[in-house]
Design a protein around this ligand. Structure first.
Ligand code: PLP
Length: 360
C-alpha cells in the first residue's frame, strides 16, 4: 500500500464539478484581479469566523506582513514569536526592519512564561502561532498584551476553523492571519491568504496598502505607497467553493485523529498530539529518523514540521540564538514526525500506518 502525506487529488475529485464550474466562470468573464469573487469570499470567510472584516491577500506571509505593517510595527520594534514555527511567521517581521524575539514553546505553542520574560520597552507585538491547528493559550496572551499595551497578531495559517473557548482562532487578537496554501485545511489552487480583524480603520488601511496604496475607487490616485498583495479572483472562487466543506473536512480530520490516538496510545515510545483541527498529526518518538525510514519502506509518506528551530536557522543568526537557548523547541525538533493527515484518509489507511508504527 502507498499512503501519501496529503491527497489533494482525492479532495479535488470529490468537488470537481463545482470547482470546474467556478473556474470556468472566471475564464468566461476574464476578470482575474480582485472584483466580486474576492468580495464574496471575504464576506463568507469573515462570517464563518465571526470576524467583522476579512482582507484577502496573496499568501499567508503577505497577510502577516500587511497586518504587522498596519499595526505600526517598524524599524527596531520587537515582536515576540515562538522559535518552533515555519519561517514564514518571522520573515514579515524582519522585512519591516523589526526584530523577532524568539521564545520557547510548550505543547508545540508559545510558552506564556517565556513571553513575560522577554518583554522590553521595545516590544510592540506578540505573535502566537496556532501550530498544527492547536490553539495557543490565548487568554494568557491577551492578558499580558493588555497589561503591557502590546498588539497581538495571531498566526492562524495552520488553524482554519479551530476554536479557543468558543471563539474561532484568528478572531481573538488584534488581527488573525491565514494562509490558503494548497495543503492547508482550507487551501486554494495556488497561493492565497487573509487577514481578519474587527477594526474598520485597520481593515481599510490594509486594503489600501495591498493594492498599491490606491485611493478607494481610483485607479491612478495613490493615497500612500503600498504594494501588490492582491488575491486572484480565481483563488477566491475556489476558496468560496471549498469553504462550504471546511466544517465537514475538519470533522473528518478530527475523526481520523481519534482513530490514530486510539491505536497509537498503546504503542510504547509513541507520544500522541494534543487536540485541535489537525492541520498536521504530529507524534514524537526517540528514534524519529529510524521510524521515518521504516515508514518510508512501507510506502508511507511522512514529514517533519520543522527540523530546525528558527533561533538556530542560518537566516536568523543575527537575532542571537544559540544551541541550548530553547530546550523544548530543540528537543522536539529531533523527535517530531508528521503522519499522513487529510480528510479523505480512510480507516484502512490509518490502521496500516499504525500497524507499521507498532511493528517498528
Ligand atoms: C505557521 C505558518 N505561518 C506562516 C505561513 C506562511 O504562509 P504562506 O505559505 O501562505 O505564505 C505558513 C504556511 O506555510 C505557516 O504554516
Amino acid at each position: 500500500m502507498k499512503i501519501p502525506f496529503v491527497d489533494l487529488k482525492a479532495q479535488y475529485k470529490s468537488i470537481q464539478k463545482e470547482i470546474d464550474a467556478a473556474i470556468a466562470e472566471i475564464m468566461a468573464n476574464t476578470s482575474f484581479i480582485m472584483g466580486e469573487p474576492v468580495k464574496e469570499f471575504e464576506k463568507e470567510f469573515s462570517s464563518f469566523l465571526g470576524a467583522k472584516h476579512c482582507v484577502s491577500v496573496s499568501s499567508g506571509t503577505s497577510a502577516l506582513y500587511l497586518a504587522l505593517h498596519a499595526l505600526g510595527v517598524g524599524e527596531g520594534d520587537e515582536v515576540i514569536v515562538p522559535s518552533h514555527t515555519f519561517i514564514g511567521s518571522v520573515e514579515p517581521i524582519t522585512l519591516l526592519g523589526a526584530v523577532p524575539v524568539f521564545v520557547d514553546v510548550k505543547d508545540y505553542v508559545i510558552s506564556v512564561k517565556d513571553v513575560r520574560d522577554k518583554i522590553t520597552d521595545k516590544t510592540k507585538a506578540i505573535m502566537p502561532v496556532h501550530l498544527y491547528g492547536q490553539s495557543a493559550p490565548m487568554d494568557e496572551i491577551m492578558e499580558i498584551a493588555s497589561e503591557k499595551g502590546l498588539k497581538v497578531v495571531e498566526d492562524a495559517c495552520q488553524a482554519h476553523g479551530g476554536e479557543y473557548n468558543g471563539k474561532k482562532l484568528g478572531t481573538i487578537g488584534d488581527v488573525g492571519c491565514f494562509s490558503f496554501y494548497p495543503g492547508k485545511n482550507l487551501g486554494g489552487y495556488g497561493d492565497g491568504g487573509a487577514v481578519v480583524c474587527n477594526d474598520k480603520k485597520l481593515a481599510e488601511k490594509m486594503r489600501q496598502f495591498l493594492d498599491h496604496g490606491r485611493e478607494k475607487g481610483e485607479k491612478y490616485v495613490h493615497a500612500s505607497l503600498g504594494f501588490n498583495f492582491r488575491m486572484d479572483a480565481l483563488q477566491a472562487k475556489v476558496l468560496s467553493v471549498k469553504l462550504k466543506y471546511l466544517a465537514d473536512w475538519t470533522a473528518k480530520r478530527q475523526e481520523n485523529a481519534t482513530l490514530y490516538d486510539k491505536n497509537l496510545k498503546k504503542v510504547k515510545g509513541v507520544e500522541i498530539p494534543p487536540k485541535g483541527v489537525y492541520h498536521l498529526y504530529v507524534i514524537q518518538h526517540d528514534d524519529r529518523d529510524g521510524l521515518k525510514e521504516h515508514l518510508d519502506g512501507k510506502g508511507i509518506s511522512t514529514g517533519i514540521h520543522y527540523p530546525v528551530p528558527l533561533h538556530l536557522q542560518p537566516a536568523c543568526k543575527e537575532f542571537g540564538g544559540k544551541k541550548g537557548d530553547f530546550p523544548e523547541s530543540e528537543k522536539i525538533a529531533d523527535r517530531i514526525l508528521s503522519l499522513p493527515m487529510f480528510p479523505e484518509l480512510t480507516s484502512e489507511q490509518i490502521d496500516y500506518v499504525c500497524k507499521a508504527i507498532e511493528e517498528f
